[in-house]
Design a protein around this ligand. Structure first.
Ligand code: GYE
Length: 341
């Protein structure tokens, strides 16, 4: 077990000063803070987890999964950083984890690129990095130990295939269709994969016209603005593809405020991703047509990887979580009962 070392405090201070986080009391206070961490973490597996932020219900469930898994009862001491959706905050957090000599770094990267430098630093320090949920794209794959998360491209493809089947079942196959997409944070794996997967099916349907793509940054507020703009700009919109549930909620607010309707009995088909509890409720209210499942409960999977690494075992480089989808033709109330998020 590595321990935090007091010398790191001075370097850490430099980082926090640069980020404007120096506390009153300066050097001495910062140094003692790390000495405290050194004591607290002793005897545990020290894990630094760098989370994306708290932009959505999915993210809240993800944070809960990691916090509930990486507890002292389970043998872990967790250092948690919320990056507030900014890669620069994540770079600082990873560097501070390195300085504190944690045993493992868990990274959920906001965007895919720009990680080579800091991951090389972690590798040089001998700290394994487990990437979770979103992916990193790096020149040298040995810069991280493994990745566990969702197959976003498949989610996007399945959403497109669901739409094909839905229309065919209603005798609307081949009908001219106007779609808009509310994309997630640009450059994030969830956005890239979902956009790409859906567009593969879009290309196979000549009668579908994608009017526009705009990012709602995975948030309800931003998505509502984007949908308001779409409704002002385009007279007829048949489908809103929302790359997460919270953006679907924002889109629904905009649709209803514009005096339009959505869902299975409405004018606009709403396709969503994540399938959090509030999305089930929206489906039960008849506002969302379908939610492609994305499982945020990845803490236990990462813990299992760490346990295997601790035992000197090999781990698979890429591990996908199992997922399905839910739509209003299903018995949603009973499905909801067995779900934790
Ligand atoms: O879909 C969205 C969140 O990366 C899968 O991030 C995650 C996405 C999720 O903000 O709700």
């Amino acid at each position: 077990m590595k321990k935090y070392y007091a010398g790191a405090a001075f370097l850490a201070l430099a980082i926090f000063s640069a980020s404007g986080c120096t506390r009153s009391g300066g050097e001495t206070q910062t140094e003692s803070r790390y000495e405290e961490l050194a004591d607290e973490g002793e005897g545990y597996i020290n894990v630094g987890f760098c989370q994306v932020g708290s932009e959505s219900d999915w993210r809240v469930a993800s944070t809960q999964s990691f916090r509930e898994t990486f507890t002292t009862e389970n043998g872990y001491y967790l250092l948690y950083e919320d990056a507030q959706n900014k890669q620069e905050n994540q770079l600082k957090a990873v560097r501070s984890f390195i300085l504190q000599e944690v045993d493992y770094i868990i990274l959920d990267p906001v965007v895919e690129t720009g990680w080579d430098g800091v991951l090389q630093e972690a590798k040089d320090a001998g700290i394994p990095v487990i990437v979770t949920d979103r992916k990193v794209v790096v020149e040298d794959e040995s810069l991280y130990t493994c990745w566990v998360g969702s197959d976003f491209e498949q989610e996007g493809r399945k959403a497109g295939e669901w739409l094909e089947d839905y229309l065919a079942d209603r005798g609307r196959g081949g009908e001219k269709l106007r779609l808009v997409t509310l994309q997630g944070t640009l450059g994030s794996s969830a956005q890239i994969g979902r956009t790409e997967g859906f567009s593969q099916i879009l290309e196979q349907n000549d009668s579908w016209e994608m009017l526009e793509y705009q990012s709602g940054d995975f948030t309800q507020t931003k998505a509502q603005e984007v949908m308001e703009y779409y409704l002002d700009t385009y007279e007829d919109i048949d489908v809103a593809v929302c790359e997460n549930d919270n953006m679907a909620f924002g889109a629904i607010d905009a649709i209803q405020e514009a005096g339009k309707t959505c869902g299975p009995d409405g004018e606009i088909i709403v396709i969503s991703f994540d399938a959090v509890r509030a999305a089930f409720e929206a489906m039960l209210r008849g506002e969302i047509n379908v939610a492609m499942e994305c499982n945020p409960d990845q803490g236990p999977l990462v813990s299992d990887i760490i346990r295997r690494l601790e035992a000197g075992e090999e781990v698979e480089k890429i591990q996908y979580v199992k997922e399905t989808y839910f739509d209003t033709s299903m018995d949603l109330e009973s499905i909801m009962e067995g779900r934790t998020y």
